[in-house]
Design a protein around this ligand. Structure first.
Ligand code: AMP
Length: 309
């Protein structure tokens, strides 16, 4: 099944305690696409400027991602984000955001994209996310991510957008901020009341939780000893999660077993993403490595005895 993602396609500058990069390929839609490409056919849509060239496109093409709906805006500048991490790698400190071509972006999608069965509205302005949702007439399952910036500057629009999707992926702090509810489970329930069927609360190095109307499931993060750059972990998580769901066919989003495996694939992809800067690690990843870490999760989470190896 085909999976469409619309979101930022960016250049990022990142400083972490383990090094820095002045300008590297990033963006919510890019991190998502690369992760999801291990599971299903992925199409990415969004605008880029004159500074975005063949070298950047090649990173997506190497993973088989369809870029026909990447729109080149003549004379424009690609979205740029600068962030810094201290020793608490769970918190990104935004130092600069330049919307560039996103400033007056109006999504145009090919019919192959509007027919995609699974859609991810990656982190962009919530009005734009809603516009894309409206165009995607073939979508049976729609996920969304957002961030503190939009909760602070476009809350009402974001709540309206959440009302039109099936799955919400957000950080625990953002879920609390959105609902003004300090307890995470209660906060996730308040987001469920806005309309979606499931909430994935990402908790950085502590893992992720899945909250639906009648169930709760949680996974720890993979116990990594080397984390160099957490940028894109959330999008890689969503890519692994929705990539797996899309590969399982119609109705997969209602099967608790598929959802739990999707949580695990999300955790696996996020764990690889943070091992190196930007897209460097996921670009070099193999399906065997993904399956290997999935197996390790079975061991890490076995509470009734140690499984055979
Ligand atoms: P995350 O998975 O949450 O770490 O997202 C990281 C990506 O989000 C980076 O590659 C940035 O380019 C992108 N990003 C940062 N701020 C924004 C924003 N305001 N809108 C869209 N994308 C953003």
């Amino acid at each position: 099944m085909s999976l469409l993602v619309v979101g930022s396609i960016a250049f990022d500058a990142v400083t972490s305690p383990f090094g820095s990069r002045d300008r590297m390929l990033g963006g919510s839609a890019v991190h998502f696409s690369l992760a999801a490409s291990f599971f299903t056919d992925v199409r990415v849509a969004g605008p880029v400027g004159d500074d975005f060239g063949d070298e950047e496109l090649a990173v997506l093409h190497e993973r088989g991602v369809n870029t026909d709906d990447i729109e080149h805006v003549e004379g424009g500048q690609t979205f740029f984000w600068r962030g810094r991490y201290e020793y608490d790698l769970n918190t990104a400190h935004t130092e600069d955001t330049q919307l560039g071509v996103f400033g007056d972006f109006s999504p145009k999608l090919s019919s192959a994209s509007t027919e995609a069965e699974t859609v991810f509205l990656a982190n962009i302005q919530p009005d734009l996310q809603r516009e894309v949702r409206g165009l995607c007439t073939g979508a049976g399952l729609v996920g969304l991510d957002s961030m503190n910036l939009w909760i602070e500057t476009a809350r009402d629009s974001l709540v309206k957008t959440i009302g039109g999707v099936d799955l919400v992926f957000m950080n625990d702090a953002e879920i609390r901020q959105l609902t003004e509810e300090p307890n995470l489970v209660a906060a996730a329930r308040k987001v469920l009341d806005m309309g979606p069927r499931a909430i994935v609360a990402k908790q950085g190095e502590y893992g992720a939780a899945l909250v639906t109307a009648d169930r709760f499931f949680a996974l720890p993060a993979y116990p990594l000893e080397t984390v160099r750059d957490p940028t894109g972990a959330g999008d890689s998580f969503a890519g692994g999660f929705l990539g797996h769901l899309a590969s399982q066919g119609d109705g997969a989003g209602e099967d608790e077993g598929v959802l739990r495996r999707a949580m695990t694939y999300g955790s696996v992809l996020a764990s690889y993403n943070v091992e190196d800067f930007g897209t460097e690690r996921v670009r070099a990843l193999t399906r065997e490595e993904i399956d290997g870490r999935f197996e390790e999760f079975l061991d890490i989470t076995a509470i009734e005895g140690v499984p055979m190896r």
